[in-house]
Ligand binder design. Structure first.
Ligand code: ZN
Length: 115
C-alpha cells in the first residue's frame, strides 16, 4: 500500500514570479503572479485571462454598477516560469545552497529564482 501524501504537491510557481501563459486567449502573455491557489492548482497572472464581470449597482455595499475587468485564474499547467536570467520560459529545477537553503534554478542557465 502506498503512503498518502497529505501535502499538496509544490506548484513550482510562487507569488511574484514572472510567468508566461502557454495556452488560451492570453497565450504568449507574460506577467507577474498575483496569487497562487495550491489547492486548486491555479494562479492569477497580471494582465492575463482578463474576465469581465458585469456588476449591478448595490448602494448598501457601495458597489457601482458596470463592467469590472479582472484577472481570472489560470491552471498551473497552462503557464510556465520565465527565467530572470535568460528570459525564456523554463521548468524550475531545485538545488541546495551551501547553507542548506533550497532554491529553484533555471534548467537552461542555472540562474536562481530566489534573491
Ligand atoms: Zn534561464
Amino acid at each position: 500500500m502506498r503512503e498518502t501524501n497529505q501535502k499538496p504537491a509544490p506548484l513550482g510557481i510562487r507569488h511574484g514570479d514572472t510567468v508566461k501563459v502557454m495556452v488560451g486567449r492570453s497565450k504568449g502573455k507574460t506577467g507577474k503572479v498575483l496569487s497562487v491557489d495550491p489547492g486548486k492548482r491555479r494562479v492569477t497572472v497580471e494582465h492575463a485571462n482578463i474576465i469581465k464581470r458585469h456588476t449591478r449597482p448595490n448602494p448598501s455595499k457601495n458597489i457601482k454598477g458596470g463592467i469590472l475587468e479582472k484577472e481570472g485564474p489560470l491552471h498551473i499547467s497552462n503557464v510556465m516560469l520565465v527565467c530572470p536570467g535568460c528570459g525564456k520560459h523554463t521548468r524550475a529545477g531545485h538545488t541546495k545552497l551551501p547553507d542548506g537553503t533550497k532554491v529553484r534554478i533555471c534548467r537552461r542557465c542555472n540562474t536562481t529564482f530566489e534573491n
